[in-house]
Design a binder for this molecule. Sequence first.
Ligand code: T5A
Length: 212
Amino acid sequence: MTFITFEGPEGAGKSTQIRVLAEALEQRGHEVVLTREPGGAPEAEALRALLLDKDRDWSPLAEALLMNAARDAHVRQTIEPALRRRAVVLCDRFFDSTRAYQHNVGEQTLGPLHKAVVPKLPDLTLLFDLPVEVGLARAASRGAADRFEAKGVAYHEGVRAAFLDIADAEPERLAVVDAAQPIEDVTKAVMKLVHDRLPTLLDDADGRDSAS
Ligand code: T5A
């Protein structure tokens, strides 16, 4: 019954690394549920299409409300049932993304929303941090920008700063990973962090190998 979230700005490598960790955990006999936000349940995936559509013009408040509507479906339909049957849930983005991407809405509004929608905080949140230009270039190399990727460098600098503020405020839950390193080095850092923070999930060899 372990809940790990992957967070960070655009193109940080979360999806790449979450798949590697999922495979490593499955090899060690864990049931793994790999999911994502916005999305991860039928109603939430329908909202994802609206949220990423670059022809829509949602305000930051509307984004926060829609992200949390999607999250409510995701938590109830996917995350809670998986945790109840003692699976390891790996989630590509969760409520810290709303706190970072919609930070202009303010904690006074976001705080009560998250209290209502998020029944259990993640046991561990890996924050993939890298310079905004590097992440946007990686994302751009995959094709046309979605509505969030198209928002510009200044917006994404604010997102990155908001993520780092959350990590500073909650060091017990969040661990920062240098996501600008080569993929293999990021994987080593992830394995070591998971081994150190949640020792029952991985073997000792994972921590040793990663430290070398
Ligand atoms: N959003 C989401 C909000 O605004 N509020 C919210 O509450 C939530 C939940 C979701 C968007 O919604 C916003 C944030 C997002 O803008 P998405 O498509 O799910 O949209 O976007 P991302 O999660 O940002 O997905 P990305 O694919 O852009 O980023 P990833 O998953 O971090 O990166 P990944 O692994 O796909 O890698 C991107 C590219 O870089 C390469 C990969 O091969 C790939 O080509 N790469 C590396 N290259 C060099 N070195 C490395 N270390 C690399 N790691 C990966």
